[in-house]
Design a protein around this ligand. Sequence first.
Ligand SMILES: [Zn+2]
Length: 216
Amino acid sequence: MTELSALSPVPSAARDAVLKFYFGPMDCGKSTLALQMNYNHGRQGRRGLVLTKHDRSGGAKVTSRIGLGLDAIEVDDSLDLVALVGAHDRIDYLICDEACFYTVEQIEQLADLVDEHGVDVYAFGLASDFRSQMFPAAQRLFELADEVCRLQVEVLCWCGRPGLLNARVVGGAMARRGEQVVIGDTDASPVRYQVLCRRHHRSGQLATPLPSLTAS
Ligand SMILES: [Zn+2]
């Protein structure tokens, strides 16, 4: 084996695969970008898989608020992502929507796919939960990703400031405690989510205060 020194030329291997994490609050366009990315790679003849978990449609699909949708593989906790890719003929990339809900072990598997199998991984998800604390899978992505990118497609708090954090609203009030993952915004659920600026996430104020009746 040739000894490498600081002056040795960098081996001209093929381009390294990449692990990228795109994060932002609800409604910031993550799923829309995920679908666009899949379309662009597919058009160049690359072969990929689209994965999701707990999509807003309630099915194994990636759907975006603006009406786009695509069938996807539902990632349940026991799914081994390296084995999943190995069961396919040739996979160049993965689109992983809602990656914040994957297990930490599955994020490790994504890193394995990048490093050991040359698969590009584009992960999309929330960074933090309704308490503004990081999801474990998102934290692992922050730690491992080659590139982390905050998406900010002008999702605004009611006050007009940039929306950064997701609030869980139960019975008209902001919840501070509860399970980390609760599906909301469906007809069957009493839970809904609302994007707020940091100031109003911290104060728990969900809307413009009504004018006080006693004010003169
Ligand atoms: Zn605000």
